[in-house]
Ligand binder design. Structure first.
Ligand code: FES
Length: 236
């Protein structure tokens, strides 16, 4: 693939009062180019005012999520060669807009924190003065390992139609994290964890669209975690 790629980018500064618009930029293609590379070319060579967020450039930090040709994706993890010569880039839905392609993750991370994404232990003294290790078998690790691959990029949250319709819904990322700790053999959270999500705007509102699992760049399956949590709740 040679020549130029046209990036059509959403531009809007809510604090400036101007209307949202789409601006097209021509970017020279080079082999191995990612969507983030294209956006950085625009920012460095064409328009310095373009607001984007990124850090690691290698699919680890989860900060470069945007909507690419209609689907939530990591900009640094998406090859231009997969997309052709015309690429539309927009901010992630379900996260309030800050400016251009940058969105506010405050609510997302507040929901993440609400599910207590840490080990809850009853042996407080051992926590304060450790004397040993908490060993796990392969089978115990297998129960949660895929859910621990989450990088909190917010793509699943932006793809969730329930979050769109019901902003109080915790969202697939928070629920997958809750499950990750609920099934960890070292965790003593048990019923306390389940009660966090057994409410009117909680886990029962998921209607299993499955879009969360489709867009995850790390192969995590939040829709599965939600179904397994429902089973745990029903079994009591
Ligand atoms: S810049 Fe870190 S995941 Fe893309």
């Amino acid at each position: 693939m040679e020549g130029k790629v046209v990036f059509t980018v959403f531009r809007h500064d809510p604090s400036a009062g101007a209307r949202p618009r789409y601006v097209s930029y021509e970017v020279p293609y080079r082999s191995g180019m990612t969507v983030l590379d294209g956006l950085l070319y625009i920012k460095e060579r064409i328009d310095h005012t373009l607001a984007i967020r990124y850090s690691c450039r290698m699919g680890i930090c989860g900060s470069c999520g945007v909507k690419v040709n209609g689907l939530p994706r990591l900009a640094c993890f998406t090859q231009v060669s997969e997309l052709g010569r015309s690429i539309k880039v927009e901010p992630l839905p379900n996260h309030p807009l800050v400016r251009d392609l940058v969105t506010d993750f405050s609510t997302f991370f507040a929901k993440h924190k609400s599910v207590k994404p840490w080990l809850i232990r009853k042996d407080v003294e051992e926590q304060e003065n450790p004397t040993g290790q908490y060993l796990q078998s392969d089978a115990e690790l297998e129960r949660y390992i895929q859910f621990s691959y989450c990088i909190s990029c917010g793509l699943c949250y932006s793809a969730c139609p329930v979050v769109t319709a019901l902003p109080e819904f915790p969202g697939p990322q928070a629920l997958a994290w809750l499950y990750r700790f609920y099934v960890d053999s070292r965790d003593h959270g048990g019923r306390e964890r389940l009660e966090i999500l057994d409410r009117a705007t909680g886990i029962w509102r998921c209607h299993f669209a499955g879009s969360c699992s489709q867009v995850c760049p790390k192969g995590v399956d939040p829709a599965l975690a939600i179904q397994l949590l429902r089973r745990a709740l029903i079994r009591g």
